[in-house]
Each structure stands twice: as structure tokens, then as C-alpha cells.
Design a protein around this ligand. Structure first.
Ligand code: ADP
Ligand code: MG
Length: 439
């Protein structure tokens, strides 16, 4: 049986998410695909969207649609009167208003997650949780931006849902806080309703919990939500951009709850994993990516997977625009700005050397284990500047400073910030050094 246009469009958006930005996808979610007497139509709600479809998206869409259903050769772009469109959407929403919304993104699955040394512990733990085992509760996945935390979280939720858990809820901590604040101000909705919404679930996945830092009342509410779920043996999964104990302004009792299960980190992927990610993404979109081009992209885009995807997208878009196959020359052109920006980036070594010179210590002392104040302080300054002026993660900076742990770097950044806040002479010196480094 052939698929419905609605399903085909869903599949198409799923495929396009590999090549288009999130903003593009949400624009396209407002478009409908229809079939009318053998003619395929893309129906836009407004003129600007219609012209974007024509100018920007159509070649991507036709290619993706053809892949899903080879009989779709051409798509006609049309406009529909907004009120008709709105009316249809509203009636659909009305019918669905009582249905539980999980907010899970079905594009993020375990089988399209590439694992390697940088993330395999987190991957294994997430799969274990997704299998329904309650060994790790809560599971906390932490690490820098664009490294796959949300992907693993959604994949875990999708797996739990497939096991038959109907009420698996994904929410960003920011949404939780905003929802809570709105409920506090809004007499129309009671606190009980708010609490029930987050507690009446089989599993709760809260993304980016660092956002709770400093939000005292939300934390209190979240503490009760957490306890209620935990006591009922519901799985809780959290992600965080740093080790949870390092979240500023987070109550001790929450830190201790967060640490009571398993915390696993994701770090920037190594070269082999980056290449594998590129190849897997390219394959999903039928984009022929020669090994040397994958190697070229992976060697130039090192910081995180989101940027890697962006780079692949630029190369792919250039191939489509100029109707050419991918080559190193084409990729280097497509990534010109990225590569230039990277060349301008300050290296950790430069920061270490300049800081050592400024504070009159040697490079050996900078990298040594010495705790003498006149050496430890410049070292902490150099660590803080490394975090501020480069894309390197805490673990990478720790490694570059004589193989130290990432928590030492986090501690250094905190100490330096405290001193900057209260010591004006220190601040002046720090800023002078920063100017020397950034030219
Ligand atoms: P984070 O939540 O850590 O900021 P995301 O989970 O949003 O990062 O990942 C950013 C993008 O990179 C997403 O599109 C995700 O699918 C992709 N991604 C990250 N890590 C991997 C991986 N190991 N394999 C495949 N895709 C990945
Ligand atoms: Mg995320």
C-alpha cells in the first residue's frame, strides 16, 4: 500500500533535517504535501513561504521526495488561503487536545548515533536505560554543546516508548522553568495541574538542567517532581553542559539527587568518529562523499558534531547549486570562512606562552604540578583564558596543561572569575593580557 502524503512529508522532513537547519525545518513544517489526480502539490500558507519554497528549498525537497517515492518526479508549489489552512489545523488540534504529547523527536535514534571513544560510555548507558533497565536512575549525560546529548536523550525516550511506555516526556529545563513561572502568574491554571503534568509520566527527560541554576523556586518544584518520580521508580534522564556538581546556583540537595544515579560525559569526537559521522549523514541523504573529502572536512571541523553537520550541509549545498560532485577543491571553497576563522583562532600553546611571559614564569613551571602561588595563579589565568578564547573543552584544556583533570580547569575558571569580580587591579592585568593575545 502506498504511503499517505502526510507520512511522505514527515519522512521527507526527517531526511531534510540532515541537510537543512532547524529553522528551515520548522518553516517547512507549516507546509503541506498533497496529491491531486496524480499531481503532487506543496501548499504554502503565505507568500513569503511560497517564494522561499521556490527559491531555496525546492531542489532539496524534490530530491528527498524522489528518494522516498521514485514516482514523485515534479512538485507544484501552491498557495492556500490562510483561514482555510488555519481552520483545518485548529480542528486537528482540537481533536488532539487530550492526547499526551511527548515532545520526542523521532529523528534521533540509537541506530543513527555514531559511537566512538568520545561517547561510547554515554551511548552504552543510554541504551541500557532505553532497554527499560532501571539500573541508572537518574542517568545524567553531560558535556559541551553539539556533542549529541539531546540526540541520546531523545533516542532513549524513543526506545522507552517502543517498549510500551506511553507517557515518556521530553522537556527542556528552560521550558519547565518558563511553564512554572507562567503557572505562578496565571490564575487560570493551578499548581496541581502543573505538578500533575510533569509527574503523571512513565519517564521524564529533562534537557539542559544547567538552566535551573539560580532559579530557586523552579528548583524547589523540580525537587518535588524528581522525588515523586524517583519514588515511583520512573526513569529520569537529565543532560547538562557541565558536570552537575559544577552548576552555579544549584541547591546542594539537587546536586546530590543528580549524582545519585550515573553521570556519563560526552567529549568532542576523534577524527575517525568525525569521519564516520560525516559518512553516515551523507549516506542518509544519498550524497556521494568521497573518502578524501570526508577526511578534509573532518580535519578542519573539530569542535563539535553540530558544526560538522553544518560543514557537510555547506558542501552539499554547493554541490547542488553548481551541479558538481564533491571534491577537496569544492569543499575547501565551501568551508573557506570556517577555515579562515579557525586559522585566526588562538592556540592553547600561545596562551600558555604569553601568560608565562607576562607573569615572568617559565613554560616548564606553567605546565608543572607546582602549587606555589606565583606559579599556580598564572596557570589558572591561562586556563581561564583558554576557556574564554578557544573552542576547547574543559577536558582538552586540562590535557594541554600537563594532563590535568577537567575539574581542575573548572575550578580555575571559577577562582579567576571570583577574583575578577572583586579585584580591579587583577582585572586590569587580566584584560591587558587578553588584549595582547587577541591583538
Ligand atoms: P547537544 O545536545 O550535546 O548540544 P545534539 O544532540 O543536539 O547536541 O547534537 C547536535 C547534532 O549533532 C544533532 O543533529 C545530532 O543528531 C548530531 N550528533 C551529535 N553526535 C552525534 C553522533 N555521535 N552520531 C550522529 N549524530 C550526532
Ligand atoms: Mg542539547
Amino acid at each position: 500500500m502506498s504511503k499517505s502524503p502526510k507520512l511522505i512529508w514527515e519522512n521527507c522532513l526527517g531526511n531534510l533535517s540532515y541537510v537543512l537547519e532547524e529553522d528551515d525545518i520548522s518553516t517547512l513544517r507549516g507546509v503541506q504535501l498533497r496529491e491531486n489526480n496524480g499531481q503532487w502539490q506543496l501548499v504554502a500558507l503565505s507568500n513569503p513561504i511560497r517564494s522561499q519554497l521556490e527559491k531555496k528549498y525546492i531542489s532539496f525537497i524534490e530530491k528527498a521526495l524522489k528518494k522516498i517515492d521514485p514516482s514523485i518526479k515534479k512538485v507544484k508549489i501552491m498557495m492556500e488561503e490562510p483561514d482555510l489552512f488555519d481552520g483545518k489545523q485548529n480542528s486537528e488540534n482540537k481533536n488532539n487536545s487530550n492526547i499526551f504529547k511527548s515532545y520526542l523527536n523521532s529523528d534521533y535514534q540509537f541506530d543513527n548515533f555514531i559511537s566512538g571513544p568520545s561517547n561510547d560510555q554515554a551511548f552504552a548507558a543510554a541504551q541500557r536505560v532505553g532497554s527499560g533497565a532501571l539500573d541508572f536512575n537518574p542517568l545524567v549525560i553531560y558535556g559541551g554543546t553539539g556533542l549529541g546529548k539531546s540526540h541520546l536523550m531523545h533516542a532513549t525516550g524513543n526506545a522507552l516508548k517502543r517498549l510500551g511506555n506511553k507517557r515518556v516526556m521530553y522537556v527542556n529545563a528552560e521550558t519547565f522553568v518558563n511553564d512554572f513561572t507562567r503557572t505562578l502568574q496565571n490564575k487560570a491554571r493551578s499548581m496541581e495541574d502543573f505538578a500533575a503534568q510533569y509527574r503523571n509520566v512513565d519517564a521524564l527527560l529533562i534537557d539542559d538542567v544547567q538552566f535551573l541554576g539560580g532559579k530557586e523556586r523552579s528548583q524547589t518544584e523540580f525537587f518535588h517532581t524528581f522525588n515523586s518520580l524517583f519514588d515511583r521508580r520512573c526513569q529520569i534522564v537529565l543532560t547538562c553542559d557541565r558536570f552537575p556538581k559544577e552548576i552555579d546556583g544549584l541547591e546542594e540537595r539537587l546536586k546530590s539527587r543528580f549524582g545519585s544515579g550515573l553521570s556519563v560525559s560526552v567529549t568532542p569526537p576523534e577524527l575517525e568518529t568525525r569521519i564516520a559521522i560525516l559518512q553516515s549523514k551523507a549516506e542518509k541523504f544519498d550524497f556521494e562523499l568521497p573518502d578524501d573529502v570526508a577526511m578534509f572536512i573532518a580535519s578542519h571541523v573539530v569542535s563539535n558534531v553540530r558544526e560538522l553537520e553544518g560543514a557537510l550541509r555547506s558542501v552539499y549545498a554547493r554541490c547542488l547549486t553548481f551541479k558538481r560532485t564533491a571534491s577537496i577543491a569544492l569543499a575547501s571553497d565551501a568551508l573557506k570562512d570556517h577555515i579562515n576563522a579557525q586559522n585566526r583562532q588562538i592556540s592553547l600553546e600561545k596562551i600558555q606562552k604569553s601568560t608565562a611571559r607576562y607573569h615572568k614564569i617559565s613554560m616548564e613551571e606553567m605546565l608543572s604540578k607546582s602549587r606555589k602561588a606565583n606559579i599556580a595563579l598564572p596557570r589558572q589565568i591561562a586556563m581561564a583564558l583558554s576557556k574564554k578564547l578557544t573552542q576547547h573543552s574543559y577536558p582538552e584544556i586540562g590535557e594541554a596543561f600537563g594532563g590535568r583533570d577537567h575539574t581542575t580547569v573548572i575550578h580555575a575558571c571559577k577562582k579567576i572569575q571570583e577574583r575578577l569580580d572583586k579585584d580591579i587591579n587583577f582585572r586590569n592585568e587580566y584584560e591587558e593580557l587578553e588584549k595582547i593575545l587577541t591583538g
